[in-house]
Design a protein around this ligand. Structure first.
Ligand SMILES: *Cc1c(COP(=O)(O)O)cnc(C)c1O
Length: 472
């Protein structure tokens, strides 16, 4: 299995070679040269597997430069009951009426990003050790991705994490979650500024190629192929749990932002998993819903991007979308390049002539959920079933509703637990969301964070002093 770029300008590379890179050298994204298929018999033979065993089967189809025995070791370390709270790892939670939640948020940061990050942490450590290399991950976070990366990489050999966050602008819970980590290889840097300013510092440093190569600076962003590959596993898991025999169809509803989660669903479907529909849910930032409705992709500016009560879906452009467009355009890199040329020149591209294929060929439908929808859905699900869902998952439940069909289980991906977004839960129900037992005392633990001015030079200096200093 080799990987190529969506823009056609990269020599084929193995999984471990693209693992540590961001964009392909031609500005495109890495995709498999061909999509592996899974027969109905093979699928049936997977019914009895544990989550980690299933992950070994699915990931080995995409990773052929790590031995099967080693891959099994990595997946068992990533998907253990200690990390995910139970042997199920991903529980299916029925809501009634043919709808179930696929519980992707049982990991340490209570959101689905743990599913991919926990594997990424294991495979980063493995590949770096094999190469005798080290990596210093530099990132900015407003909460979700940064904490998932820190929990996945804490204590890992060969990797340090430098995570910038806006000082005083995260919730108490988010701060406690990140800043209580005491591992020597985790560096929390709180910057006097807003998230965009943190992001600007990261861009400035990552754009300094001399600094970047001298200090082995890397990233764990949402376009990382290993994250997508790890996410494909839970579509198979969900299908196996919701069906009892070959060929039965299941639909998935996916609260979406950067198109990473649902892209994994697209791959699972292309591999032969019997998926009827992939229901894409957006919040008020409906760039993707607009595309699936009209065929026109028109990213927004920062000023046109709303701050909503499902904040992890507040995106202006969808960083993984190019991988789907590549398939839509018959894997023609010239046409992909032309689309992104049009984006650069006109701020949009138009694929409305392909609109009939979106659902008929790829199973995609889309819808929008607003703040009012979110509150109403959280209340209705609690009243009907006693289950409390988070605002992002509520967007999924709301948009899924018109696509629920008799005999086709609808699995809504639970992308976070309500405890993470307690203010909105209180607004919807009058009561805050209860914290999971294991996290009740988090607020009392000592915090470890370095506060800095919003200044590239100060951050650079800190990294130079601390890079590679925890490579035990
Ligand atoms: C990241 C995130 C999303 C969006 O996922 P994408 O892969 O960016 O589409 C949705 N919900 C939550 C809670 C998230 O953290």
């Amino acid at each position: 299995m080799k990987y190529r770029s969506t823009r056609g300008g990269m020599a084929p590379q193995a999984f471990s070679d693209i693992l540590l890179e961001g964009l392909a050298p031609d500005g495109g994204l890495a995709v498999p040269e061909s999509v592996p298929t899974v027969s109905a018999e093979t699928l049936e033979s997977w019914r009895g597997l544990s989550y980690a065993e299933l992950a070994t089967e699915v990931l080995s189809l995409f990773i052929d430069d790590i031995s099967r025995a080693d891959l099994a070791r990595l997946t068992h370390a990533a998907y253990s009951a200690e990390v995910f709270g139970s042997e199920a790892i991903v529980p299916l939670k029925p809501l009634g009426g043919g709808v179930s939640l696929l519980g992707l948020s049982e990991g340490p940061t209570l959101a689905f990003k743990d599913m991919a990050m926990q594997f990424l942490g294991q495979v980063f450590e493995y590949v770096l050790a094999r190469r005798g290399a080290t990596l210093n991950i530099l990132g900015a976070t407003s909460g979700d991705t940064g904490s998932a990366a820190e929990y996945a990489l804490r204590g890992k050999r060969g990797v340090s994490v430098f995570m910038l966050s806006p000082h005083g602008r995260m919730s108490d819970f988010q701060r406690a979650q990140m800043y209580t980590l005491q591992d020597a290889n985790i560096h929390n840097i709180a910057v006097h500024g807003v998230f965009d300013e943190c992001q600007d510092i990261v861009k400035a440093l990552a754009g300094d190629l001399d600094f970047k190569s001298r200090h082995h600076i890397g990233a764990v962003n949402s376009i990382n192929w290993a994250r997508i590959a790890a996410q494909i596993v839970y579509y198979f898991w969900g299908w196996l749990r919701a069906t009892s025999g070959p060929g039965q169809e299941v639909s998935f509803a996916v609260p979406s932002g950067n198109f990473g989660n649902i892209l994994a669903g697209h791959f699972a479907r292309q591999m032969g998993l019997p998926v009827r529909r992939l229901v894409l849910a957006t919040n008020e930032n409906n760039v993707l819903e607009e595309f699936f409705r009209t065929g026109v992709y028109r990213p927004r500016s920062a000023a046109q991007t709303h701050a909503t009560s499902s904040p992890s879906m507040d995106i202006s452009r969808a960083s993984n979308f190019e991988r789907f467009v590549f398939d839509l355009l018959g894997q023609d890199a010239d046409r992909v390049r032309a689309c992104w040329q049009s984006l650069a020149e006109k701020g949009e591209f138009d694929l409305s002539e392909l609109r009939p294929q979106f659902e008929a060929r790829y199973g995609f439908v889309a819808g929008v959920s607003t703040h009012e929808d979110r509150l109403r859905t959280i209340r209705a699900v609690r009243d009907d079933t006693g289950v409390l869902i988070d605002p992002h998952t509520a967007d999924g439940v709301k948009v899924a509703a018109p696509y629920v069909e008799d005999g086709v289980p609808m699995l809504v991906l639970e992308t976070a637990l309500p405890a993470k977004f307690s203010d909105t839960i209180r607004e919807a129900t009058g009561l805050p969301a209860p914290l999971p037992e294991a996290l009740r005392d988090l607020g009392k633990l000592p915090q470890r964070v370095t506060v800095m001015d919003c200044d590239v030079a100060q951050v650079r200096d800190y990294i130079v002093r601390h890079a590679d200093d925890a490579q035990g």
